[in-house]
Design a protein around this ligand. Structure first.
Ligand code: KG4
Ligand code: ZN
Length: 357
């Protein structure tokens, strides 16, 4: 299959249109090679999913289908640009909820075809992994990345676009999932992460004894299922205030993050920096704790601003720019949407792990 669009040798792409629709945010953005976000829009579906306490895939896909095209028209108008001014179209092609991914990818294919532009099928995890470099021009490869989101909890050595080595993953739940389930148990609604963070700030992190799964174990992997069950038992016992449960949960999660990340760093150094990205990286306690860990090891620390941590299309456009700048090929029009798509396909499956990416 012919690659879509022409990449003219010697001409560096300047402006990329990015599209994100892999979960419950519909997003479009225009980003240029100088790290400027020319325009962006994010439509959250929180209201659509709130009654169900989590994302309902079919509702998500329908909402993306309704909102995405007008949103792209809106960001182009805001930037004063047309499709002809874009050098490529990048869309998340997985991993994620497949109906939503297909809406975004097919829209990108149609635009790439109509405008004769290169199509970039972006791995959503790569978009998170490279997002810190959109915000921080001084961040060089290779860096250690803690990628913590609703679907993933991994530690990777980021060596360049398309070049990732995974050192750790979760053997059960992702950290964002644990935040969301804790919120559900405590009746805080959806999405749970920010609500747990707010409540935790008013509680006592030492009040409720909670487990720290895998703390101190030789392999740097994560586990959060036992912590979540302990939160449920603590709540059902009726012996604790919700704010103390939230604070104690967040503290237990932080202890695990720090211990596991330190372990992984020992295995992957030298790196230029410790970086955190993904939705949970919006959490101030998480950022603060990792910054402290980086400082204790003499490493630089970098985290995108919170709005670039949760799902957005600027990071997708940026991943497209990074891939093109690194000389990686654009994708053919028959490229598939992928519900699963590991960043490091060579990483071994972890015993006990539910298959996540
Ligand atoms: O990266 P993201 O927007 O979507 C995925 O790719 O999964 O991450 C969403 C996850 C949710 O689980 C949400 O509860 C969590 O990130 N999250 C937070 C915070 N903000 C978002 N978790 C803890 N504290 C926060 N402030
Ligand atoms: Zn994400």
């Amino acid at each position: 299959m012919r690659r879509q669009g022409r990449i003219v040798p010697g001409i560096v792409p300047r402006i990329v249109l990015g599209i994100e629709s892999s979960c419950d945010e519909t997003a479009a953005a225009l980003v240029d090679a100088d790290r400027r976000i020319l325009a962006q829009a994010i439509a959250s579906q929180d209201q659509d999913h709130a009654p169900y306490g989590g994302v309902v895939p079919e509702i998500a896909a329908r909402a993306h289908a309704e909102r995405l095209a007008p949103q792209i028209a809106q960001v182009l108008a805001e930037a004063g640009l047309t499709l002809a001014d874009c050098d490529a179209v990048a869309a998340t092609a997985g991993p994620g909820l497949i109906g939503g991914v297909m809406v975004g990818l097919v829209t990108a294919k149609a635009l790439a075809m109509a405008g004769d532009k290169p199509l970039l099928a972006i791995n959503h995890l790569e978009a998170h992994a490279l997002s810190p470099r959109l915000a921080d021009a001084s961040l060089e490869f290779p860096y250690a990345l803690l990628l913590v989101s609703g679907g993933h909890c991994q530690i990777l050595r980021v060596e360049g676009p398309g070049r990732y080595r995974r050192f750790a993953t979760t053997i059960d739940d992702a950290l964002g999932e644990a935040f969301d389930k804790t919120a559900k148990i405590l009746g805080l609604g959806y999405p749970g992460g920010p609500a747990v963070e707010r409540l935790a700030a008013t509680g006592d992190p030492t009040a409720v004894p909670l487990p720290r799964p895998l703390l101190g174990s030789a392999e740097p992997h994560f586990s959060f299922a036992g912590l979540k069950s302990a939160v449920l038992r603590a709540h059902q016992s009726g012996a604790h205030r919700a704010e103390d449960i939230a604070a104690s949960f967040q503290q237990a999660a932080l202890d695990c993050l720090l211990d596991r990340t330190a372990r992984a760093l020992g295995a992957m150094e030298p790196v230029t920096a410790l970086v955190v990205a993904g939705g949970v990286a919006a959490n101030r306690a998480v950022r603060g704790a990792l910054e402290g860990l980086a400082a204790s090891r003499g490493l630089a620390f970098s985290a995108p601003p919170p709005a670039l941590c949760t799902d957005n299309a600027a990071m997708v456009a940026w991943a497209g720019l990074e891939r093109l700048a690194a000389g990686l090929a654009a994708d053919p029009l028959d490229v598939a949407a992928r519900p699963r798509w590991p960043l490091d396909p060579a990483a071994e499956a972890v015993r006990g792990a539910g298959y996540k990416a």
